[in-house]
Design a protein around this ligand. Structure first.
Ligand code: CAA
Length: 258
């Protein structure tokens, strides 16, 4: 499938989606969001793909939703078009692990897209922010909810109310990003992480992702029960037998997603 606003590459078991609107710092317009949704759906059902990376350019992961496209829209347009629910759904529906590799600006919808991925690896020059307040609006793709869960109320309020940017170090300290790497090594390091994930049993990866995500949605008791049920169910898999046998035989496990 040929896309106009993203580039999709599959290298062995790792797929990389590169946002590709360089003239607009990868601003998320409807066309890009629709292509991103389609690509994610296709990669999620492609048996060869075991981990997905979403990235942008060295200057911008994405500088937000496309302000030029949005500026003339009315309440009715936004409400009836349900901006930006279809895009959110498309990202959060993906069962395979998704890593956001962020260099440069991840602002507004760009920060929100990165937060919808399973974790964020940031280049040293990454800058995160929810500057929608400067435009007379607020975040609309989950920023007020997800950033607060990542970094807590005080810092989230600060980001949303002042519109200031957070650099990579602050983002790592606050728990928004999992690790920082030198900008030149961003893709190599992210691919290494993705390849590590791709070696695991997909059954266990999906279960881990579901269980962690559940912690956002439920009480501790229910979340622990959900985790325990998934944990127990993995003992019905060949991959559990293989993983534990390989440990004892001091060899690398060969998982078959069975
Ligand atoms: N939408 C549309 N175009 C954008 C854009 C955006 N979010 N961000 C940048 N661009 C465009 C600029 O208009 C410019 O295009 P032209 O050359 O045609 O003028 C081009 O990208 C390069 O941008 P700058 O010249 O501004 O580059 P800079 O290096 O001077 O500044 C920046 C970079 C600080 C990121 C600045 O571009 C900026 O502040 N961008 C807007 C950030 C923002 O407000 N994001 C939130 C959007 S709203 C949102 O996302 C809502 C939501 O939650 C759903």
């Amino acid at each position: 499938m040929a896309y106009e606003t993203i580039i999709v590459e599959i290298d062995d078991h790792v797929a990389t989606i590169t946002l590709n609107r360089p003239d607009a710092l990868n601003a998320l317009n409807s066309h890009l969001l629709q292509e991103l949704a389609q690509a994610l759906g296709e990669l999620d059902s492609n048996d060869k793909v075991r981990c997905i990376i979403v990235t942008g350019s060295a200057k911008a992961f994405a500088a937000g939703a496309d302000i030029k496209e949005m500026s003339e829209k009315s309440f009715v347009d936004m409400y009836l078009g349900d901006f930006f629910e279809p895009a959110t759904e498309a990202v959060t529906r993906v069962r395979k692990p998704i890593i956001a590799a962020v260099a440069g600006y991840a602002l507004g919808g760009g920060c929100e897209l990165a937060m919808m991925c399973d974790f964020i690896i940031a280049a040293e020059n990454a800058k995160f922010g929810q500057p929608e307040i400067n435009l007379g609006v607020i975040a609309g793709i989950g920023g007020t909810q997800r950033l607060t869960r990542y970094v807590g109320k005080s810092k989230s309020m600060d980001m949303h109310l002042t519109g200031r940017f957070m650099d990579a170090e602050e983002a790592e300290r606050a728990g928004l990003v999992s690790r920082i790497v030198p900008a030149k090594q961003l893709m190599d390091e992210t691919k290494k992480a993705a390849e590590k994930i791709a070696e695991k049993s997909m059954l266990a990866s999906i279960a881990a992702k579901q269980a962690v995500n559940r912690s956002y949605e439920t009480t501790l008791t229910e979340g622990l029960l959900f985790e325990r049920r998934l944990f127990h169910s993995l003992f019905a898999t060949e991959d559990q037998k293989e993983g534990m046998a390989a440990f004892q035989e001091k060899r690398t496990a060969q998982f078959r997603d069975r």
